[in-house]
Design a protein around this ligand. Structure first.
Ligand code: HEC
Length: 111
C-alpha cells in the first residue's frame, strides 16, 4: 500500500516538473522570436506605435495564431506578414499567440 502511494507521488511529481519546464520553454521561444523578428513593427509587448502595424498585446491567442496561419497559407494576403509567418511552425504560432495574449493591451475605445 505504502509503495503504491510513493509511486503515485513520484509520477505526479515528475509530470508536474515536466509541465513547468515545457511552459517555460514555450514562453522563452516566443519571447525570443518576438525579440528577434516581430519587435521592430509590433514592439516587445505587441503595442508598438508603428504606422500600419496592428496592436497585438492582449488580443486572443487563438485569433493571433489563426491570423499567422492564414498569412502563411494565403487566406490572408499581406506581403509583409506572409513573409514573416512563412518561417513559423504551427507550434510557434500558438506560442506567439499566448505570448501576446499575456501582454497588456493599450487599446482603448473613445467615449
Ligand atoms: C515589417 C513590419 C512587421 C514585422 C517585422 C512583423 N509584422 Fe506582423 N503585421 C505587420 C503589418 C503591417 C500587419 C497588418 C497586415 C494586414 O493588413 O493584414 C501585421 C499583422 C499581424 C498580425 C494580425 C493582427 C490582426 O489583428 O489581425 C499578427 C498576428 C502579426 N502581425 C504577428 C506578427 C508576428 C508574430 C511577427 C514576428 C514573427 C510579426 N508580426 C512581424 C507588420 C509586421
Amino acid at each position: 500500500m505504502f509503495n503504491r502511494w510513493v509511486m503515485v507521488f513520484l509520477v505526479l511529481g515528475t509530470s508536474a516538473t515536466w509541465f513547468v519546464q515545457a511552459e517555460d520553454e514555450v514562453t522563452r521561444d516566443a519571447a525570443q522570436i518576438v525579440g528577434e523578428v516581430c519587435v521592430g513593427c509590433h514592439g516587445v509587448d505587441g503595442n508598438a506605435m508603428v504606422l500600419g502595424a496592428p496592436k497585438l498585446g492582449g488580443q486572443k491567442a487563438d485569433y493571433l495564431a489563426k491570423s499567422l496561419m492564414d498569412y502563411k497559407t494565403g487566406v490572408r494576403n499581406n506581403a509583409v506578414m506572409s513573409a514573416f509567418s512563412s518561417a513559423l511552425s504551427a507550434e510557434e504560432m500558438e506560442a506567439l499567440g499566448k505570448y501576446f495574449e499575456s501582454q497588456d493591451s493599450t487599446l482603448s475605445v473613445p467615449k
